[in-house]
Design a protein around this ligand. Structure first.
Ligand code: PLP
Length: 373
């Protein structure tokens, strides 16, 4: 049986979400139409908006539906009038948006250097923006968002947080984080792909990225994806039960780390000693290319990722590990194991035995993938 341990790439769809989405196919109306068919679609969207709003404790009006975490991040950073400071370990949907972004250094665990943030902000000559992620997608390492907020507020900066990997894995609300804008994505919490939200605090002025109709209170034009949004709403309503599962996921994750280290002492677990997501492990084994590891695991029906895979499937050295100070060899030989709502102890045991057997076989034969530059 296949073992899926790649929840940070995407979570397995929740059955409740599938049923809810199937039901929406009868909602054929355009939610902007004033007739009854349109109003029905609109009310399904508003119900989903309320569900999502209640999970992060915001007003429904503060939610802008988007096509996913990538669009939410692009939208948050789109105002080119405002200089932006981002951490060195952000997701590419933040890194790629602004060529003028200034980078905030991180330490060996990937945690933002607060003094450097302060230095950068004090050198800014006008209103600026800080964008720091809640949890890293490759290592699971958490950023001290409240401390970032305390510093950024002293300089009057706008604060955006990419919480795509945090939602459903660690508890938080919008006001606890204290930020002005927050990105979330449905498919990381058991909802459908291609739908997400940017939460924008009332009073924050954000020009739209997509122009056209007046949907989403003129902040994001385009006929809403009713099915996706409803699936997102149902996935959001399952977040509380997902959070109850977190300590179980953490014990399974810890068992994986303990056993692989016991069997292969050369293993490094990145971010091991600091606050991390409970479901994520970034396991490195120098000189053993992650591409070869992933292919060998795939042949055995075990699915994991290298955090740095791009859409073409090509794996490049992880910019996250490089920012943390590791060399190309280390940054090309880490895999990411991420657990989720359907993960069992058996899955974890299968991973441990398949992976350690593979490593021993490769070490013994010494004929594969020890040639990472
Ligand atoms: N931000 C982070 C931290 C992510 O891990 C991802 C997806 O992997 C995204 C943003 C992009 O989200 P989406 O796939 O919904 O576009």
């Amino acid at each position: 049986m296949d073992v899926y341990l790649d929840y940070n790439a995407t979570a397995i769809l929740r059955p409740e979400v599938i049923t809810a989405m199937q039901n929406t196919f009868q909602l054929f109306g355009n939610s902007s139409s004033v007739h009854r068919a349109g109003r029905k679609a609109k009310s399904a969207i508003e119900e989903a908006r309320e569900r999502i709003a209640s999970v992060v404790e915001v007003s429904p009006a503060e939610i802008i539906f988007t096509s996913g975490g990538t669009e939410s991040n692009n939208l948050a950073l789109s105002n080119r009038e405002i200089p932006v400071f981002i951490s060195a370990t952000e997701h590419d949907s933040i890194n790629a948006v602004r060529e003028d972004s200034k980078i905030i250094n991180v330490d060996v665990n990937g945690i933002i250097n607060l003094e450097h943030l302060e230095e950068l902000l004090s050198s800014a000559d006008r209103l600026s923006m800080v964008s720091v992620m809640l949890a890293n997608n490759e290592t699971g390492v958490l950023q001290p968002i409240q401390q970032v907020v305390n510093i950024a507020r002293r300089f009057g900066a706008i604060i955006h947080c990419d919480a795509v990997q945090g939602l459903g894995k660690i508890p938080f609300t919008f006001s606890e984080l204290g930020v002005d804008m927050l990105s979330i994505s449905a498919h990381k919490i058991g909802g459908p792909k291609g739908v997400g939200a940017l939460i924008v605090k009332e009073g924050i002025d954000l020009p739209p990225l997509l122009l056209g109709g007046g949907q989403e209170r003129n902040r994001r034009a385009g006929t809403e994806n009713v099915t996706g949004i409803c699936g997102f709403g149902v996935a959001a309503s399952l977040v509380q039960s997902a959070l109850k599962q977190a300590s179980n996921l953490e014990s399974m994750r810890n068992k994986i780390e303990f056993e692989v280290k016991e069997k292969i002492p050369e293993v490094t677990v990145y971010g091991h000693g600091v606050a991390r997501l409970p479901n994520t492990s970034c396991i490195g084994l120098p000189d053993m290319s992650n591409e070869s590891q992933i292919m060998a695991l795939d042949l055995a029906g075990v699915y994991v990722s290298a955090g740095s895979a791009c859409s073409s499937g090509k794996i490049t050295p992880s910019h996250v590990l490089k920012a943390m100070g590791f060399n190309d060899n280390a940054a090309s030989s880490a895999i990411r194991v991420s657990l989720g709502w359907q993960t069992t102890e058996n899955d974890c045991n299968t991973f441990i035995s398949v992976w350690t057997d593979m490593v021993k076989r490769i070490f013994n034969s010494n004929d594969l993938c020890r040639s990472v530059a």
